[in-house]
Design a binder for this molecule. Structure first.
Ligand code: GLU
Length: 308
């Protein structure tokens, strides 16, 4: 495994995905995202042995959107433990990420933490655990894990998302009616939209996810944020629920636990070995980066390394 020439693999991928760039549709639900150039592509690798490799636009900051759901879940699961599962399930939903239908007949208990309803519950818990400054705690964690002070919340993205968050408001209100949200709804939506607006580069994102490849310990600080079992469980959730309604196909094609966001980013890990981040804003019909999935598929094919 250690003899794999990652640089060569990653550089070949960057050449091979070129015909895909510009093909997908850029997310347009907030104007700040719609302005992204769909021809951009970046990929970064961060290994537990300390190797870092990046190509293309890996140093360009982008909106990580739903990838942030992994970070809030880490903070909440690490602190709350098993109690979390009374508030949110761990089963793929088979429905769109922002669907209201299932939530009604399942009485306000979201299927998993990576659909919006589940993420809203996790954010609600983050606010309960850190009432003074939930976003400060989240940002601190992201900056420490990314080893970068440039990681920030893009206020413009957060604001325009809040202005168009009617469906997320509906999800939160429906769950509150079932007693599964404690926070004030307006404050909850503020924190949720701000967390989605966290901005990072592929290089920072690859480093950030290294703690999951390292079984719950941030490698460079030796701080344990999840137990080994929690890291395994969170990774299992990424494998089964991390890529919207394409999670099964991603597991089939790529074979890694990953989490995508509609900004076009995907972060994935190989436990015990490395973390990899890709970004290209053109999305496929499920809301995942078209070139990003192709790049990760080629990565596990070319290296022969996956979790299987
Ligand atoms: N922030 C967006 C929302 O809550 C979506 C995030 C995403 O799926 O990447 O609707």
């Amino acid at each position: 495994v250690s003899s794999v020439d990652y640089r060569q693999v990653v550089e070949q991928i960057a050449r091979d995905v070129r015909p895909l760039l510009g093909r997908g549709a850029v997310a347009d639900f907030v104007p700040a995202l719609a302005a992204a150039d769909p021809k951009q592509f970046g990929m970064a690798l961060s290994t537990l042995a300390g190797e870092e490799i990046s190509v293309g636009d890996a140093g360009v900051p982008f909106s990580i959107q739903s990838i942030s759901k992994v970070l809030t879940l880490t903070l909440v699961l690490g602190k709350l433990g098993e109690e979390l599962w009374q508030r949110v399930g761990r089963e793929p939903s088979g429905n769109p990420f922002n669907s209201l239908v299932q939530l009604e007949y399942e009485r306000g208990l979201p299927r998993n933490p990576f659909i919006n309803a589940g993420a809203l519950v996790v954010t609600d818990l983050l606010m309960r655990l850190h009432p003074a400054d939930p976003l400060g705690v989240l940002l601190d964690f992201a900056r420490t894990a990314a080893r970068s002070t440039s990681v920030h919340i893009d206020g413009r993205v957060a604001q325009s998302e809040k202005a168009r968050s009617h469906r997320n408001q509906a999800l939160a209100a429906l769950m509150k009616s079932f007693g599964n949200i404690d926070a004030d709804l307006d404050q909850l939506l503020d924190v949720y939209c701000a967390q989605c607006a966290i901005t990072m580069t592929c290089q920072e994102l690859a480093r950030t996810f290294l703690f999951l490849a390292n079984r719950g310990v941030v490698p460079h600080t030796s701080q344990r944020v999840l137990t080994t079992s929690q890291a395994k469980r969170l990774s299992a959730l990424m494998l089964t629920c991390g890529l919207y309604d394409e999670s099964g196909d991603f597991a089939f094609r790529v074979g890694l636990p990953g989490k995508s966001g509609i900004g076009g980013g995907i972060a994935a890990i190989i436990p015990g070995l490395l973390s990899v981040a890709v970004w290209s804003p053109g999305l496929d019909g499920c809301g995942n980066s078209l070139a990003g999935i192709q790049a990760l598929e080629q990565f596990t094919t070319a290296t022969g390394i996956s979790v299987f």
